[in-house]
Design a protein around this ligand. Structure first.
Ligand SMILES: *Cc1c(COP(=O)(O)O)cnc(C)c1O
Length: 413
């Protein structure tokens, strides 16, 4: 086989579908890998070994399944959105991660990694959080398993997301303010990594999305893949067929990769990731990393990222805090590269309009992140009359009330 034939995108996709990716170096084609200080390599290698030993073992799977059923509330419903479907002229189903414990999909990953940490003998957990959702999920999972939890959070984010800081503290976590760097998620990840380096074996770093150095993108994907497995089975049971399309929002990329995985082998199913289009196409006005980013290294992985001409990582903007990240998981960069998933963006205004639409038509207040996927579904419906689509409703919108009061509700009394 020649080099050019093994890097052929279709062969690469076949490798992914056959479970050969990430490869031994933690790569999805050109993306992924492990770009970290030398001091972290032993910890990552041990984690990789732990993942290999435990993740697929029957006893771990049993333990995880029990927590998912009795504590997280899985399986979550697959809801046919009848009135929305009537309005949009295509049939829309919602995978209800908003019904999962703590209000979003993040708990699937948090409880899974906390169980793994316990098996690896960790004495404490560190995590990072931006909007606070992953911090809350981690704090809850640690409380459930009796593990001490420290959450790093940018000081700017702590002000913006004060209610989540209180939730984490109530759940027993120590929240540490990070005022270095941009004082938001990027700086918080740096600080969590630093903490981990100082005690790589007693401490477990519970990463919140399908990003970071190998094996995290793989580990998080495996723990979130329950979303797509359930959705596929539920859809088949309800309709006897597969959907024509599957849509999810993409921040770091965990709810989307979890939703997509069960559908990747079904070539006739169109798969669409929706990124945050923010207020426009200019650098700094959005968080649409696959759409506008270029390859580079951020937080230990080679992927696409939003950077300027000098390679400086750029600030991002989105009305939804959970999508506001300048990188994206390497598997998404790969899926875009091989053309299996199409990435689009929806802007702040479209997301807000989608919140309103879902509230009024279905009695569901979606997270602003999830509203981007709803906006993507509206667009898809317009060009596929009568078609069928599953949207991953990654979380509920109660946490977004302050933003909604300043936007949608501003002119109402
Ligand atoms: C954090 C979050 C996201 C974005 O993260 P991904 O890793 O891309 O899934 C999306 N939706 C909700 C509700 C979130 O809390």
């Amino acid at each position: 086989m020649t080099l050019s034939s093994i890097t052929e995108p279709t062969d690469a996709l076949a490798d992914l579908l056959a479970g050969r990716l990430p490869d031994a170096r933690g790569r999805f084609g050109p993306f992924g890998g492990r770009y970290v200080p030398e001091t972290l390599i032993p910890a990552l290698e041990r984690l990789e070994e732990g993942v290999r030993e435990h993740l697929r073992s029957p006893s771990f799977q049993q333990e995880l399944a029990a927590q998912l059923t009795s504590w997280v509330g899985r399986p979550t419903a697959l809801t046919f959105a009848g009135r929305l479907s009537e309005r949009w002229g295509a049939r829309v189903w919602l995978k209800r991660e908003d019904l999962a414990h703590t209000g979003a999909h993040k708990i699937n990953n948090a409880i899974g990694q906390a169980l793994l940490a316990r098996r690896l003998g960790a004495q404490r957990i560190v995590a990072e959080t931006g909007a606070g959702q992953h911090g809350v999920a981690s704090a809850a999972a640690c409380a459930r398993l009796g593990l001490p939890c420290t959450v790093y959070m940018g000081s700017i984010d702590m002000r913006r997301q004060a209610p989540n800081v209180d939730r984490m503290r109530l759940l027993g976590a120590t929240v540490v303010a990070v005022s270095a760097g941009d004082a938001t998620l990027r700086a918080a990840i740096d600080e969590a990594l630093r903490d981990w380096v100082s005690d790589p074996f007693g401490t477990y770093y519970l990463l919140g999305s399908a990003v970071g150095p190998h094996p995290y993108p793989y580990l998080v994907r495996e723990l979130q893949a329950v979303i797509g497995r359930e959705a596929r089975a539920q859809f088949l049971e309800q309709t006897g067929a597969l959907p024509e399309a599957v849509i999810a929002c993409v921040g770091g990329g965990s709810n989307s990769i979890g939703m997509f995985h069960a559908f990747l082998p079904e070539r006739e199913v169109e798969i669409i990731g929706v990124e945050a289009g923010g207020r426009g196409e200019a650098l700094g006005d959005n968080a649409a990393t696959v759409s506008y980013g270029r390859p580079g290294v951020l937080h230990g992985t080679y992927s696409l990222l939003l950077q300027d001409a000098d390679g400086q990582v750029q600030e991002t903007h989105s009305v939804s805090a959970g999508l506001d990240y300048s990188g994206v998981g390497p598997e998404h960069a790969f899926l875009a590269h091989v053309g299996r998933v199409r990435y689009e963006s929806a802007g702040d205004a479209q997301a807000l309009e989608a919140v309103r639409a879902l509230c009024e038509a279905e009695g569901i207040l979606p997270a602003l992140e999830s509203a981007h996927a709803i906006a993507g579904a509206k667009r898809w419906a317009a060009s596929h009359p009568g078609g069928s689509v599953i949207v991953c409703l990654s979380g509920r919108g109660d946490k977004d009330m302050p933003t909604l009061q300043q936007t949608l509700l501003k002119d109402e009394k």
